[in-house]
Design a protein. Sequence first.
Length: 204
Amino acid sequence: MEIAKIFEDKEKNKIYGLLGNINISTNNANYSIVRECNFKETVKNYLNSKKDKQALKMVMLSDEYLDKKLFELTETETRIISLAKVLIENKDYIVLDYFEKGLNYKEKEIFKRLFKKLANEYNKTIIIFTNDLTFIWDISEELICVNESHVINANKNEYLKIINEVDKPEIVKFIDLMKEKNIKIEDYKNVLDLLKAIYRIKGD
């Protein structure tokens, strides 16, 4: 399903949390997608704008990054630089593709404030695509879950409806299964005993 189609009737200048199975690529010229970027020369060449220093400052990076090349950057830094590029593009819709990966707690809070500022002061519609509900919980005004072509819209007080549709990480699925089998992880004093419990689950 085209991501622009999901949001065509949505209120603009808000922050949305987007979860589920969807290809977030779009041909809509009004959308910019923040993801790990790939470039051959320097960050300065990639940004290619007189506003490059201003954009880096907004994403909390120093001017020193302008001379860096791709191999000198972490994956997290490439996403942050991609955000700087998107700010320069100045589109109405900003889609963040697992942007929070690799950020520590303090960095996450800083970027959450930036996203709020972009929505409230710069009239941007922010769409945060992730499977980390904790990252979007306190800033998104609406949660949207896409399961193939099925779209679920929910207010935060309906989050259980969303949770059941999200493709959970394997560790969460494992914990759910342990609970379902009434096996309490905290009862095991060592890894060997826990592994035995896991094999018992497989045998059931």
